[in-house]
Design a protein around this ligand. Structure first.
Ligand SMILES: [Zn+2]
Length: 456
């Protein structure tokens, strides 16, 4: 089958209802990895859905226990066609967030796929079931029509992404040889614009921490003690005010990245406009540079006293949970020490910095000039008839460092959803036109890899 026929067949799979039927079965599996979930459902997703599909495509399939106690299972599938051929690793996660059925609007249920016009509703549709389904179905289409892929493919599926990819890094370290490849091509997250494919090569990192001012036990009468006892809420507010200026520009030198180089700026120049407040963030940067090429500090929560029933008293303590989102070029191990030095230098040794629960995410990014990136960009341009939006990294965070740091792979993500898809909330859905184009560009991309296997 040639390129035009392959693209046509990919569109037919969506138009004939094939994708909807396949997605419907996956959504009906209640593969929740959060508090509402059951281990058996996670195992069933791999054993009853993914394993038979991949076996029918000529892959060898193995399901593994999580290396960490109580963790979710993982699946590796391989189809090795030749030693000299390039090997593509595909990743997906079959687990989903809690269903929260009571929050969905009437007529919708989290674990029943519902079609309304060009939308398919259901928990996990966007995050991440349609995304890995499309990529696997694109591989299947080539195998069925051409009898072979023309390259080697490996697939890794985890079932714990929504709980911070528990055990994924340990699993990668223990199974590094099984996962070796030339490139990761995977899908997650939203496109930048509905009508244009997006690709990104990494993600911002994220680290959360608490700032605590704990001066004494209990509250003290504000008349008898005001002006005598230090007020922890005022101290905390003043301390936070030294971290950024009034428009949120970071003032800690070590927290300001050095990686916004001319080539990254050039990539960010052509992106569509984003919603933003004109008087917020780094004044010298464009909105795209602020969110994809820079670091941002946020106060996620702030508390002292009882805001619903304030007492005439000076609290004993105040607390803030804060977060730094950061790009490559920020030393993750120096984030907290730099903050400590900054607070001490500004007269706030009484402000304690304590790590928040949950793992920190590393920042990753691959050069837009890497040969694999150029190759994928050209393939998407040819298939879609327009250039994709190319981001050096996603603004959010992903376990991408497991691929770049442990496996040493270039990573290319091609999302099949959009920003308003409601992932992690009620009424999660995908758009059929994006899914259709996603199916077409992925099938054509895999064909292009096969046809250029000698030079990749
Ligand atoms: Zn998610």
């Amino acid at each position: 089958m040639d390129r035009v026929q392959v693209i046509e067949a990919a569109g037919d799979y969506v138009d004939s209802g094939g994708l909807e039927a396949d997605l419907g079965r996956l959504v009906a599996r209640r593969s929740v990895s959060q508090s509402e979930g059951r281990w058996e459902e996670l195992q069933a997703y791999l054993e009853k859905e993914m394993q038979p599909l991949l076996l029918s495509m000529g892959f060898s399939v193995e399901i593994f226990d999580n290396p960490r106690e109580g963790g979710a299972p993982l699946l590796i599938a391989n189809r090795i066609e030749g030693e000299g051929l390039p090997t593509v690793l595909v990743y997906g996660h079959g687990d989903v967030c809690n269903g929260e059925a009571h929050r969905w609007r009437e007529g919708l249920e989290p674990f029943r796929l519902t079609r309304e016009d060009d939308k398919l509703y259901g928990r996990g549709t966007a995050d991440n079931k349609i995304q890995h389904l499309i990529n696997i179905k694109a591989l299947e289409l080539l195998i069925r029509k051409n009898g072979r892929l023309g390259f080697n493919a490996k697939i890794i599926l985890e079932m714990a992404e929504e709980t911070g990819s528990f055990g994924l890094r340990e699993f990668f370290k223990a199974n590094r040889d099984r996962l070796l490849a030339d490139v990761l091509i995977a899908s997650d997250g939203p496109r930048l614009a509905i009508d244009t494919p997006t690709m990104f090569m990494g993600s911002r990192g994220g680290m959360s921490f608490n700032l605590i001012v704990n001066l004494r036990d209990g509250d003290h009468h504000s008349g008898n003690f005001g002006g005598l006892l230090a007020d922890p809420a005022i101290i905390l507010a003043q301390a936070i005010a030294t971290i950024t200026d009034a428009r949120g520009q970071i003032k800690i030198a070590e927290w300001r990245p050095t990686s916004l180089t001319p080539d990254i700026r050039a990539v960010l120049r052509d992106l569509p406009p984003r919603r933003h407040d004109a008087d917020w963030g780094e004044s010298d940067l464009t909105p795209s540079e602020r969110v994809f090429g820079w670091n941002s500090f946020a106060v996620l929560a702030l508390s002292s006293g009882n805001i619903d029933a304030p007492q005439n008293a000076i609290s004993g303590s105040a607390r803030a949970t804060c977060q730094l989102r950061f790009v490559v070029g920020t030393d993750i191990d120096n984030i907290i020490p730099a903050l400590r030095r900054h607070l001490d230098a500004n007269g706030f040794p009484m402000v304690e910095v304590r790590a928040a629960r949950g793992e920190a995410f590393q920042a990753t990014r691959f050069s837009p000039d890497h040969p694999w990136v150029r190759f994928v960009e050209q393939s998407l341009t040819r298939s879609a008839g327009r250039r994709p939006h190319v981001l050096p990294n996603l603004a959010g965070s992903l376990p991408n460092d497991a691929f770049t740091e442990i496996l040493g792979l270039p990573t290319i993500w091609i999302p099949h959803s959009y920003a308003e898809c409601g992932q992690h909330g009620p009424n999660e859905h995908v758009l059929i036109p994006i899914a259709r184009e996603g199916m077409q560009v992925m099938t054509a991309l895999f064909l292009d890899i096969a046809e250029n296997a000698a030079s990749l």
